[in-house]
Design a protein around this ligand. Structure first.
Ligand code: ATP
Length: 317
Protein backbone atom coordinates (compact mmCIF):
# COMPACT_ATOMS: atom_id res chain seq x y z
CA UNK A 1 0.00 0.00 0.00
CA UNK A 2 1.39 3.40 -0.93
CA UNK A 3 1.28 6.44 1.29
CA UNK A 4 -0.93 8.30 -1.22
CA UNK A 5 -3.59 5.58 -1.17
CA UNK A 6 -3.77 6.01 2.64
CA UNK A 7 -4.39 9.74 2.12
CA UNK A 8 -7.53 9.22 0.05
CA UNK A 9 -10.60 9.91 2.21
CA UNK A 10 -14.17 9.68 1.09
CA UNK A 11 -16.69 12.07 2.56
CA UNK A 12 -19.82 10.09 3.47
CA UNK A 13 -21.78 12.73 5.35
CA UNK A 14 -21.89 16.53 5.47
CA UNK A 15 -23.85 18.63 7.97
CA UNK A 16 -24.71 22.25 7.10
CA UNK A 17 -26.43 24.93 9.14
CA UNK A 18 -28.23 27.81 7.41
CA UNK A 19 -29.99 30.78 9.03
CA UNK A 20 -33.41 32.29 8.43
CA UNK A 21 -33.71 35.99 7.61
CA UNK A 22 -35.86 38.96 8.34
CA UNK A 23 -36.29 42.04 6.19
CA UNK A 24 -35.42 45.12 8.25
CA UNK A 25 -36.86 47.12 5.38
CA UNK A 26 -38.63 46.06 2.22
CA UNK A 27 -39.53 48.51 -0.53
CA UNK A 28 -41.45 47.01 -3.43
CA UNK A 29 -41.54 48.64 -6.88
CA UNK A 30 -44.39 48.15 -9.34
CA UNK A 31 -44.99 44.75 -10.94
CA UNK A 32 -42.76 44.35 -14.00
CA UNK A 33 -43.59 42.67 -17.31
CA UNK A 34 -41.75 39.50 -16.19
CA UNK A 35 -44.14 39.24 -13.20
CA UNK A 36 -41.47 40.17 -10.65
CA UNK A 37 -41.35 43.32 -8.55
CA UNK A 38 -38.09 45.28 -8.26
CA UNK A 39 -37.10 45.34 -4.59
CA UNK A 40 -34.85 47.29 -2.33
CA UNK A 41 -34.51 45.45 0.94
CA UNK A 42 -32.20 45.24 3.92
CA UNK A 43 -31.85 41.63 5.03
CA UNK A 44 -30.57 40.43 8.37
CA UNK A 45 -29.70 36.77 9.04
CA UNK A 46 -30.93 35.68 12.48
CA UNK A 47 -30.09 32.80 14.81
CA UNK A 48 -33.02 30.60 13.80
CA UNK A 49 -31.49 27.73 11.86
CA UNK A 50 -32.16 24.93 9.42
CA UNK A 51 -29.84 21.92 9.67
CA UNK A 52 -29.35 19.80 6.58
CA UNK A 53 -27.43 16.52 6.57
CA UNK A 54 -26.41 15.04 3.21
CA UNK A 55 -25.35 11.36 3.10
CA UNK A 56 -23.99 9.39 0.18
CA UNK A 57 -26.76 7.17 -1.22
CA UNK A 58 -27.75 5.47 -4.49
CA UNK A 59 -31.01 7.38 -4.89
CA UNK A 60 -31.98 11.01 -4.25
CA UNK A 61 -34.35 11.25 -1.27
CA UNK A 62 -35.30 13.89 1.29
CA UNK A 63 -36.83 13.61 4.76
CA UNK A 64 -37.91 16.44 7.03
CA UNK A 65 -38.29 16.81 10.81
CA UNK A 66 -39.10 19.64 13.20
CA UNK A 67 -42.02 22.04 13.69
CA UNK A 68 -44.47 22.23 10.72
CA UNK A 69 -42.44 19.56 8.86
CA UNK A 70 -45.73 18.00 7.70
CA UNK A 71 -46.22 21.11 5.51
CA UNK A 72 -42.97 20.55 3.63
CA UNK A 73 -42.99 18.43 0.44
CA UNK A 74 -40.62 15.43 0.30
CA UNK A 75 -40.71 15.04 -3.47
CA UNK A 76 -38.71 16.80 -6.18
CA UNK A 77 -40.50 20.09 -5.41
CA UNK A 78 -38.67 20.39 -2.08
CA UNK A 79 -36.37 23.38 -2.58
CA UNK A 80 -33.41 21.40 -1.20
CA UNK A 81 -34.00 18.73 -3.87
CA UNK A 82 -34.31 21.43 -6.54
CA UNK A 83 -30.86 22.62 -5.41
CA UNK A 84 -29.45 19.06 -5.61
CA UNK A 85 -30.77 18.60 -9.16
CA UNK A 86 -29.40 21.97 -10.26
CA UNK A 87 -25.95 21.25 -8.81
CA UNK A 88 -25.90 17.80 -10.42
CA UNK A 89 -26.87 19.26 -13.83
CA UNK A 90 -24.37 22.13 -13.57
CA UNK A 91 -21.46 19.81 -12.73
CA UNK A 92 -22.47 16.73 -14.72
CA UNK A 93 -22.33 14.68 -11.51
CA UNK A 94 -24.65 11.68 -11.43
CA UNK A 95 -24.53 10.79 -7.71
CA UNK A 96 -27.39 10.07 -5.34
CA UNK A 97 -27.85 11.70 -1.95
CA UNK A 98 -30.02 11.22 1.13
CA UNK A 99 -30.91 14.62 2.58
CA UNK A 100 -32.39 15.16 6.00
CA UNK A 101 -33.73 18.62 6.87
CA UNK A 102 -34.31 19.56 10.49
CA UNK A 103 -36.46 22.68 10.37
CA UNK A 104 -36.03 25.53 12.81
CA UNK A 105 -37.24 28.33 10.53
CA UNK A 106 -41.04 28.69 10.26
CA UNK A 107 -42.58 27.20 7.09
CA UNK A 108 -44.13 29.77 4.70
CA UNK A 109 -43.41 32.33 7.43
CA UNK A 110 -41.60 35.04 5.47
CA UNK A 111 -38.22 34.01 6.95
CA UNK A 112 -36.80 32.16 3.93
CA UNK A 113 -36.86 28.66 5.43
CA UNK A 114 -37.09 26.95 2.05
CA UNK A 115 -34.34 29.17 0.67
CA UNK A 116 -32.16 28.25 3.67
CA UNK A 117 -32.69 24.56 2.84
CA UNK A 118 -31.76 25.19 -0.79
CA UNK A 119 -28.57 27.04 0.23
CA UNK A 120 -27.70 24.32 2.76
CA UNK A 121 -28.30 21.49 0.26
CA UNK A 122 -26.14 23.28 -2.31
CA UNK A 123 -23.22 23.60 0.13
CA UNK A 124 -23.68 20.09 1.54
CA UNK A 125 -23.70 18.35 -1.88
CA UNK A 126 -20.88 20.56 -3.11
CA UNK A 127 -18.77 19.23 -0.23
CA UNK A 128 -20.06 15.63 -0.46
CA UNK A 129 -19.43 15.39 -4.20
CA UNK A 130 -16.27 17.53 -4.07
CA UNK A 131 -17.41 19.41 -7.16
CA UNK A 132 -14.53 21.90 -7.13
CA UNK A 133 -16.91 24.79 -7.92
CA UNK A 134 -15.73 28.22 -6.82
CA UNK A 135 -17.67 30.30 -4.31
CA UNK A 136 -18.73 32.63 -7.15
CA UNK A 137 -20.11 29.67 -9.14
CA UNK A 138 -22.08 28.49 -6.11
CA UNK A 139 -23.51 31.99 -5.63
CA UNK A 140 -24.62 31.99 -9.30
CA UNK A 141 -26.44 28.68 -8.80
CA UNK A 142 -27.97 30.09 -5.59
CA UNK A 143 -29.43 33.03 -7.54
CA UNK A 144 -31.04 30.59 -10.01
CA UNK A 145 -32.71 28.80 -7.10
CA UNK A 146 -34.47 31.83 -5.66
CA UNK A 147 -34.20 35.50 -4.77
CA UNK A 148 -33.37 34.87 -1.09
CA UNK A 149 -30.91 31.99 -1.58
CA UNK A 150 -27.77 34.13 -2.26
CA UNK A 151 -28.45 36.10 0.93
CA UNK A 152 -28.83 32.95 3.03
CA UNK A 153 -25.43 31.80 1.71
CA UNK A 154 -23.86 35.17 2.55
CA UNK A 155 -25.58 35.90 5.87
CA UNK A 156 -24.93 38.89 8.18
CA UNK A 157 -26.73 42.08 7.01
CA UNK A 158 -27.00 43.14 3.38
CA UNK A 159 -28.90 45.36 0.99
CA UNK A 160 -30.70 43.30 -1.66
CA UNK A 161 -31.72 44.83 -4.98
CA UNK A 162 -33.18 43.49 -8.22
CA UNK A 163 -35.35 40.59 -7.06
CA UNK A 164 -33.43 40.76 -3.77
CA UNK A 165 -30.55 38.69 -5.17
CA UNK A 166 -28.08 41.53 -5.95
CA UNK A 167 -26.35 41.91 -2.60
CA UNK A 168 -24.21 44.59 -0.99
CA UNK A 169 -22.94 43.84 2.51
CA UNK A 170 -23.93 46.39 5.16
CA UNK A 171 -21.36 47.52 7.69
CA UNK A 172 -22.78 47.42 11.14
CA UNK A 173 -21.88 46.90 14.74
CA UNK A 174 -23.48 45.21 17.68
CA UNK A 175 -26.02 42.52 18.09
CA UNK A 176 -29.78 42.94 17.96
CA UNK A 177 -32.30 40.88 19.91
CA UNK A 178 -35.55 39.71 18.35
CA UNK A 179 -38.75 37.97 19.35
CA UNK A 180 -40.91 36.31 16.70
CA UNK A 181 -44.63 35.53 16.77
CA UNK A 182 -44.99 32.48 14.48
CA UNK A 183 -48.31 31.33 13.01
CA UNK A 184 -49.20 27.80 11.89
CA UNK A 185 -51.12 29.29 8.97
CA UNK A 186 -48.60 30.33 6.31
CA UNK A 187 -48.92 33.11 3.77
CA UNK A 188 -47.86 32.51 0.18
CA UNK A 189 -45.43 35.21 -0.97
CA UNK A 190 -47.07 35.26 -4.44
CA UNK A 191 -50.53 35.87 -2.98
CA UNK A 192 -49.21 38.69 -0.76
CA UNK A 193 -47.52 40.43 -3.72
CA UNK A 194 -50.77 40.15 -5.73
CA UNK A 195 -52.73 41.65 -2.81
CA UNK A 196 -50.24 44.54 -2.75
CA UNK A 197 -50.79 45.12 -6.50
CA UNK A 198 -54.55 45.20 -5.90
CA UNK A 199 -54.26 47.62 -2.97
CA UNK A 200 -52.08 49.88 -5.11
CA UNK A 201 -54.48 49.67 -8.07
CA UNK A 202 -57.24 50.94 -5.77
CA UNK A 203 -55.10 53.93 -4.69
CA UNK A 204 -53.36 56.34 -7.08
CA UNK A 205 -50.03 54.46 -6.85
CA UNK A 206 -48.21 57.78 -7.20
CA UNK A 207 -45.64 57.03 -4.51
CA UNK A 208 -44.50 53.70 -5.96
CA UNK A 209 -40.97 54.34 -7.17
CA UNK A 210 -39.30 52.22 -9.84
CA UNK A 211 -36.72 51.09 -8.87
CA UNK A 212 -37.39 51.58 -5.16
CA UNK A 213 -35.10 54.16 -3.64
CA UNK A 214 -32.34 53.23 -1.16
CA UNK A 215 -32.43 56.85 0.08
CA UNK A 216 -35.46 55.88 2.16
CA UNK A 217 -33.21 53.51 4.11
CA UNK A 218 -30.53 56.04 5.10
CA UNK A 219 -31.79 56.26 8.74
CA UNK A 220 -31.88 52.45 8.93
CA UNK A 221 -28.34 52.08 7.53
CA UNK A 222 -27.11 54.76 9.96
CA UNK A 223 -28.76 52.91 12.84
CA UNK A 224 -27.00 49.69 11.82
CA UNK A 225 -23.65 51.44 11.50
CA UNK A 226 -24.06 52.95 14.97
CA UNK A 227 -25.42 49.73 16.49
CA UNK A 228 -28.36 51.84 17.73
CA UNK A 229 -31.29 49.53 18.46
CA UNK A 230 -33.70 52.40 19.26
CA UNK A 231 -33.03 54.05 15.88
CA UNK A 232 -33.24 50.69 14.11
CA UNK A 233 -36.62 50.02 15.73
CA UNK A 234 -37.95 53.36 14.46
CA UNK A 235 -36.67 52.65 10.93
CA UNK A 236 -38.16 49.14 10.39
CA UNK A 237 -40.37 49.19 7.30
CA UNK A 238 -42.23 46.71 5.10
CA UNK A 239 -44.26 47.69 2.01
CA UNK A 240 -45.88 44.22 2.10
CA UNK A 241 -47.30 44.71 5.60
CA UNK A 242 -50.65 46.30 4.51
CA UNK A 243 -51.17 43.44 2.04
CA UNK A 244 -50.34 40.79 4.66
CA UNK A 245 -52.77 42.51 7.07
CA UNK A 246 -55.46 42.65 4.40
CA UNK A 247 -55.15 38.89 3.89
CA UNK A 248 -54.73 38.07 7.58
CA UNK A 249 -56.27 40.85 9.73
CA UNK A 250 -55.45 38.94 12.95
CA UNK A 251 -51.80 39.89 12.41
CA UNK A 252 -52.69 43.29 13.88
CA UNK A 253 -52.78 41.54 17.27
CA UNK A 254 -49.13 40.45 17.60
CA UNK A 255 -48.10 43.85 16.19
CA UNK A 256 -50.11 45.61 18.95
CA UNK A 257 -48.98 43.22 21.70
CA UNK A 258 -45.31 43.81 20.88
CA UNK A 259 -45.80 47.58 20.88
CA UNK A 260 -47.57 47.44 24.26
CA UNK A 261 -44.74 45.30 25.66
CA UNK A 262 -42.21 47.99 24.77
CA UNK A 263 -40.73 46.66 21.53
CA UNK A 264 -38.35 49.18 19.95
CA UNK A 265 -40.00 48.39 16.61
CA UNK A 266 -42.22 45.72 15.16
CA UNK A 267 -42.73 44.59 11.59
CA UNK A 268 -44.20 41.76 9.56
CA UNK A 269 -41.27 39.68 8.32
CA UNK A 270 -41.09 39.61 4.49
CA UNK A 271 -44.41 38.35 3.14
CA UNK A 272 -45.49 37.26 6.64
CA UNK A 273 -47.17 36.01 8.65
CA UNK A 274 -44.29 35.94 11.16
CA UNK A 275 -44.15 39.17 13.18
CA UNK A 276 -40.68 40.32 14.26
CA UNK A 277 -40.29 42.52 17.33
CA UNK A 278 -37.02 44.26 18.16
CA UNK A 279 -36.12 44.07 21.85
CA UNK A 280 -33.93 46.25 24.06
CA UNK A 281 -31.90 43.24 25.26
CA UNK A 282 -31.81 39.44 25.28
CA UNK A 283 -33.90 39.52 28.47
CA UNK A 284 -36.43 41.87 26.89
CA UNK A 285 -36.75 39.52 23.88
CA UNK A 286 -37.89 36.83 26.32
CA UNK A 287 -40.39 39.32 27.80
CA UNK A 288 -41.77 40.07 24.31
CA UNK A 289 -42.03 36.34 23.53
CA UNK A 290 -43.87 35.79 26.83
CA UNK A 291 -46.24 38.66 25.97
CA UNK A 292 -47.08 37.01 22.61
CA UNK A 293 -47.77 33.73 24.41
CA UNK A 294 -49.80 35.27 27.24
CA UNK A 295 -51.99 37.19 24.77
CA UNK A 296 -52.56 34.04 22.69
CA UNK A 297 -51.51 35.83 19.47
CA UNK A 298 -48.91 33.31 18.26
CA UNK A 299 -48.96 29.55 17.65
CA UNK A 300 -45.25 29.46 18.54
CA UNK A 301 -42.70 32.03 19.70
CA UNK A 302 -38.99 32.24 19.01
CA UNK A 303 -36.23 34.52 20.21
CA UNK A 304 -33.06 35.16 18.23
CA UNK A 305 -30.12 37.44 17.71
CA UNK A 306 -28.86 38.97 14.50
CA UNK A 307 -26.80 39.33 12.49
CA UNK A 308 -25.34 35.82 12.15
CA UNK A 309 -23.18 34.17 9.47
CA UNK A 310 -24.62 32.54 6.35
CA UNK A 311 -24.85 28.82 5.52
CA UNK A 312 -21.81 26.89 6.82
CA UNK A 313 -20.56 23.31 6.77
CA UNK A 314 -20.45 22.37 10.46
CA UNK A 315 -19.13 18.81 10.16
CA UNK A 316 -18.02 16.18 7.67
CA UNK A 317 -17.46 12.47 8.28
P1 ATP B 1 -39.70 33.59 1.74
O1 ATP B 1 -39.47 34.30 3.02
O2 ATP B 1 -38.42 33.28 0.98
O3 ATP B 1 -40.79 34.15 0.89
P2 ATP B 1 -41.08 31.62 3.26
O4 ATP B 1 -40.19 31.47 4.44
O5 ATP B 1 -42.29 32.47 3.41
O6 ATP B 1 -40.21 32.11 2.06
P3 ATP B 1 -40.85 28.83 2.82
O7 ATP B 1 -40.79 28.29 4.20
O8 ATP B 1 -39.57 28.94 2.08
O9 ATP B 1 -41.59 30.22 2.79
O10 ATP B 1 -41.88 27.90 2.02
C1 ATP B 1 -42.79 28.32 1.05
C2 ATP B 1 -43.47 27.07 0.45
O11 ATP B 1 -42.48 26.32 -0.26
C3 ATP B 1 -44.02 26.12 1.50
O12 ATP B 1 -45.38 26.34 1.70
C4 ATP B 1 -43.74 24.72 0.95
O13 ATP B 1 -44.89 24.17 0.35
C5 ATP B 1 -42.71 24.92 -0.15
N1 ATP B 1 -41.40 24.27 0.14
C6 ATP B 1 -40.66 23.59 -0.73
N2 ATP B 1 -39.52 23.16 -0.16
C7 ATP B 1 -39.52 23.61 1.10
C8 ATP B 1 -38.61 23.47 2.16
N3 ATP B 1 -37.46 22.79 2.05
N4 ATP B 1 -38.93 24.07 3.32
C9 ATP B 1 -40.08 24.78 3.43
N5 ATP B 1 -40.99 24.89 2.46
C10 ATP B 1 -40.72 24.32 1.29
Amino acid sequence: MTLSSLDVTTTRQVRVRAPGKINLSLHVGPRQDDGYHALTTVFQAVSVFEEVVARACDERVVTVSGPQSELVPTDSSNLAMVAVELLARATGIDEGVRLHIDKGVPVAGGMAGGSADAAAALLACDALWQTGLSRAELVELAAELGSDVPFVLQGHTAVGQGRGHLLTPVLGRGEFHWAFAVQDRGLSAGVVYRALDELRAMGDGADVAEPPDLDDDVPLLQALRAGDAHALGAALHNDLEPAALELDPDLAQPLAVAQDAGALGVVVSGSGPTVAALARSRQHALVLAAAFTAAGVADRVLTATGPVAGARVISTD
